[in-house]
Design a protein around this ligand. Structure first.
Ligand SMILES: Cc1cc2nc3c(=O)[nH]c(=O)nc-3n(C[C@H](O)[C@H](O)[C@H](O)COP(=O)(O)OP(=O)(O)OC[C@H]3O[C@@H](n4cnc5c(N)ncnc54)[C@H](O)[C@@H]3O)c2cc1C
Length: 413
């Protein structure tokens, strides 16, 4: 099993600092993130997996809007679906630093849908069972989720209750030693392929204290799948509407205490939000890398794009903002791993910063590609949805700026 050890091992960043003369040789630098040899070994293992198992198929899986179920088993066999779970259930007993590395490296496969699905499996739908589930629930559902044999989904969002989780309306009425579930869910990742759904239901009155969480096997009579929803991003991940009509599940499927579902979900949302921040940062890294490569190769008016001051400054800004986003996410990881109460604010900041930066970075990078930024054969076009189309056709924004500047300010030479 891999274990975290905080050490002062020098990272790439402090090596750079030493080389550039900021830190005199021989002076110990506090490594941040606090990665050790174990982290690096884990990183290499995940990178190899992403290069072999995801990258060669990424484009095809987006086109097909799905990926093979077998990938869950392969990820499970490599030990990637139980990073933070206890070894007693097949996990590695590690922390969010390893989850972060897992995401950073899986994203090198350049298929965000696959990573979303796998993270639902190993963090978002199952961490609540790991934290609050009974021994029996862990044996029956968590263990096979960690091996990738059984696929998990998390059912919280409803057509009438998204951000407002406390307003959810799917009911679970107690009837002897069963709950009888009625209602529907929407936008559920892994929805059509799941073997079980970790489901938020109303067992009590209105508001947060009436919410509980139950595990619903998808072969339960009364469970049905509505539409498989087609998305314009993360296309390969499975997203669905789910319906529950008089679904009977044993009371033993309750996760944690009745009426504690809302507070348990909110506590675990910290991890889910951190996962999303890592996915966004890693996706931005891939988009920016591909863009820098293109800018180095593409010549306009006799110069490589990457050599033009206007673009160099924009790239410098994007690299700075992405580094800030990553640093904030790492800081939030540190606080979450340390169990600090202020982690909640930092995780929210990291998720907010990364999500908002993505919108700007995607548009800036897509613009670099000109018309190619709207063509599906280009990774950056697919990753950003060709967001710059209107800022390209009939003269790009940069050319418009050049015309405006020349006419109003002169040639500037
Ligand atoms: C790709 C994808 C995968 C998903 N996977 C899952 C999954 O596996 N399981 C699951 O349960 N859900 C899933 N979701 C659903 C997701 O969690 C919800 O979409 C999200 O919580 C927002 O809910 P909503 O879509 O109903 O938006 P709404 O809550 O209707 O929000 C609409 C707008 O109103 C704003 N708003 C809401 N409340 C306030 C407020 N108090 N003040 C100001 N503005 C406000 C929002 O910010 C937003 O801009 C997924 C969504 C996507 C896109």
């Amino acid at each position: 099993m891999l274990r975290t050890q905080v050490s002062l091992r020098r990272t790439v960043w402090d090596r750079l600092a030493t080389r550039s003369g900021v830190v005199p040789p021989g002076v110990a630098v506090m490594a941040f993130p606090p990665y050790t040899e174990d982290h690096e070994l884990f990183r290499r293992a995940v990178r190899t997996f992403a290069e072999r198992e995801i990258a060669p198929h990424g484009e095809e899986w987006d086109r097909e809007e799905s990926f093979p179920r077998e990938l869950f088993r392969r990820a499970g066999a490599s030990g990637f679906l139980g990073v933070r779970f206890e070894p007693a259930y097949g996990g590695s007993g590690l922390d969010y630093w390893y989850t972060g590395i897992l995401i950073e490296e899986l994203m090198r496969g350049r298929n965000v849908g696959v990573v979303v699905s796998l993270m639902v499996q190993c963090e978002i739908a199952t961490s609540i069972i790991g934290a609050y589930g009974s021994e029996a629930l862990k044996r029956e559902w968590l263990v096979p989720a960690i091996t990738g044999e059984r696929i998990a989904a998390l059912g919280i969002t409803e057509p009438g209750a998204g951000s407002n989780v406390a307003g959810l309306g799917t009911t679970a009425r107690r009837d002897g030693d069963h709950y009888v579930i009625n209602g529907s869910k929407i936008f559920i990742t892994n929805g059509t392929i799941a073997d079980f759904v970790t489901l938020a239901v109303r067992t009590g009155g209105p508001g947060p204290y009436g919410v509980s969480v139950v595990v619903v096997p998808t072969d339960t009579p009364g469970f049905s799948i509505g539409r498989r929803l087609r998305k314009v991003m993360a296309r390969s991940s499975d997203t669905a509407e789910l319906f529950f009509q008089d679904c009977r599940v044993p009371v033993g499927n309750l996760v944690g205490e009745e009426g504690h579902g809302f507070s348990n979900i909110m506590r675990l949302f910290q991890g889910e939000r951190l996962v999303l921040a890592y996915i966004a940062n890693s996706w931005m890294r891939e988009i920016l890398d591909a863009t820098l490569q293109y800018a180095g190769e593409r010549e306009v008016f006799g110069s490589a794009l990457a050599s033009m001051p206007v673009w160099r400054h924009r790239f410098a800004d994007l690299m700075t903002q992405l580094e800030a986003s990553r640093a904030l996410t790492w800081y939030a990881t540190e606080l979450l791993c340390a169990g600090e109460p202020r982690a909640e604010v930092s995780v929210s900041m990291a998720k907010l910063f990364a999500g908002e930066l993505f919108k700007r970075l995607a548009a800036e990078c897509d613009q670099v590609f000109g018309g190619y930024g709207c063509m599906e054969e280009y990774f950056v076009a697919r990753a950003t949805g060709g967001i710059s189309g209107f800022a390209i056709g009939a003269g790009t924004s940069e050319v418009m700026r050049e015309i405006i500047a020349r006419r109003t300010l002169g040639s500037g030479r």
